[in-house]
Design a protein around this ligand. Structure first.
Ligand SMILES: Nc1nc2c(ncn2[C@@H]2O[C@H](COP(=O)(O)OP(=O)(O)OP(=O)(O)O)[C@@H](O)[C@H]2O)c(=O)[nH]1
Ligand SMILES: [Mg+2]
Length: 253
């Protein structure tokens, strides 16, 4: 388990790096009790988070607020996409607010507030993901959003946020074409957890060697069902489909 966040970290070793048996042997006995305690702690953390996430979900369902959890690696374009998205929602008179998660700084919340939309910044410090308790507490600083949308931008990280329910209706994975086609296979948990995948920075495709068909094949190996939309957060390309998906989710919640 990652001692910072409680995420799972059960290693599998590449053959070349495998530690010979003799070296492991001396540690096995000490490790076992500790391993059980670590597993118990991990289960407690996740159970506590799930309880809080269910509470957040129930509360916001009562207000007909759609909650989305945006996840991705750092710099894939979550905030740029959010700025463009909340501007469009605001123009359509849909109540909207944003919770921003980063280890440090308020940069992203300031970018959202510049559009006139309320935003709360959570700094996780050493933490590598948001948890449901942080979202719950941030809700107290935001207006109610009846028949509206709450966007949560998670910490840029393709690993830990996959395991933490924040009370969202869906995780929206922003996968940028600058990251390489192989990410779905390298980080399968996150790609599996996604209810929608936005393939972002498509305006850069003419300048990159990124193979969209190959990336789609890898995505489908780990997630056969989630819709995949090609977008550009900077040009607005593909936003009709993204906004249509949002409207559909709003209606369903
Ligand atoms: N060309 C291009 N650049 C983009 C696009 N979307 C975002 N960018 C650029 O990518 C960089 C990172 O964008 P952000 O929106 O800050 O990314 P982020 O995912 O919020 O980053 P973190 O919050 O740090 O994880 C910025 O320089 C953006 O201008 C896009 O669709 N096309
Ligand atoms: Mg951001």
């Amino acid at each position: 388990m990652c001692t910072v966040c409680g995420c799972e970290s059960h290693h599998t070793h590449d053959h070349a790096h495998h530690v010979p048996h003799g070296h492991e042997h001396g540690h096995a006995h000490h490790g076992e009790g500790l391993h059980t305690r670590v597993l118990q702690l991990e289960q407690d953390i996740l159970a506590g988070n799930q309880h809080m996430a269910d509470h957040v979900r129930e509360h916001l369902a009562g207000e007909h607020t759609l909650v989305l959890n945006l996840v991705s690696s750092p710099g894939s374009g979550k905030t740029t996409l959010l700025v463009e998205t909340v501007t469009r929602l605001q123009a359509a008179q849909v109540p909207v607010a944003v919770i921003e998660g980063d280890q440090q700084t308020s940069f992203d919340a300031e970018r959202i507030r510049a559009t006139g939309i309320p935003a709360v910044q959570i700094n996780t410090g050493k933490g590598c993901h948001l948890d449901a308790r942080q979202v719950h507490d941030a809700l107290h600083e935001l207006p109610a959003l009846p028949h509206g949308v709450l966007m949560i931008e998670n910490v840029g990280n393709l690993v830990c946020p996959a395991g933490f329910d924040l009370g969202e209706r869906a995780k929206v994975l922003v996968f940028s074409v600058t990251e390489g086609e192989d990410k779905p296979l390298k980080y399968p948990d996150m790609f599996q957890a996604a209810g929608l995948i936005l393939l972002n920075k498509c305006d850069l495709l003419p300048y990159l060697g990124f193979d969209v068909d190959k990336a789609m094949g890898f995505i489908r190996q780990v997630n056969p069902d989630a819709p995949v939309l090609q977008v550009s957060a900077t040009t607005g390309a593909g936003f009709e489909d993204w906004m249509a998906w949002l409207r559909q989710q709003c209606a369903a919640s």
